[in-house]
Design a binder for this molecule. Structure first.
Ligand code: IMP
Length: 179
């Protein structure tokens, strides 16, 4: 793996595709054990989590469904600031056991808002599966992440679905910004 350039920034190799797959298999096994009789509905948060969701779902062997949604940004009031609303979720999730599939939890604001909105839509239970977690960047309290594939330090990364200005999502491995 070599250093790469995406737009104006240089990134260096960080997590190989083999390590990513290993970590995904580990959390998929936990989910197969924990959720066997729950008939969960997995909800992939587009765009970033599409690759993770595809690889994760191939390892899930219990009765379950998968669907997709986006978080759409809009300007809130002065007090609420920058708000993101769920968009494009077609399924009725009332009374369902939901598992959110997210690419990365950084400050945690997005995830808190996702959980709140899914509960408002009537989900019986909301569990979180994230490929990456930056614990040092967390700005919210009491955010329970049920399945974390890989913890990383607070640095900007691209690859495996994650982008820098919409580029770099196609990379098989994950790269970190070079200082
Ligand atoms: P949060 O609300 O701060 O937790 O941000 C979550 C969202 O920010 C993720 O779903 C990503 O889209 C984006 N994000 C956070 N950190 C990175 C990164 O290092 N690379 C690419 N996108 C990131």
């Amino acid at each position: 793996m070599n250093t790469i350039q995406v737009k104006d920034k240089v990134f260096k190799p960080f997590i190989s595709s083999e390590k990513i797959q290993e970590a995904i298999c580990r959390i998929a096994q936990q989910m197969n054990n924990d959720l066997a009789d729950k008939n969960p509905i997995f909800i992939c948060v587009l765009n970033g989590a599409f690759m993770f969701a595809a690889d994760l779902y191939k390892e899930i062997n219990i009765d379950s469904e998968i669907t997709f949604m986006r978080m759409k940004s809009y300007e809130g009031t002065q007090t609420t600031g920058h708000v993101k609303a769920i968009s494009g979720l077609m399924e009725n999730i009332e009374g369902r056991n939901v598992v959110v599939i997210e690419d990365i939890v950084d400050t945690g604001y997005t995830m808190v808002s996702i959980i709140e909105q899914l509960k408002e839509k009537g989900a019986a239970d909301v569990k979180i599966a994230t490929l990456l977690h930056k614990p040092e960047a967390c700005k919210v309290e009491n955010l329970k992440l049920d399945y974390v594939a890989i913890e990383i330090p607070n640095a900007f990364i691209v690859g495996y679905g994650l982008d820098y200005d919409e580029l770099g999502r196609n990379l098989k491995d994950i790269y970190v910004i070079a200082e």
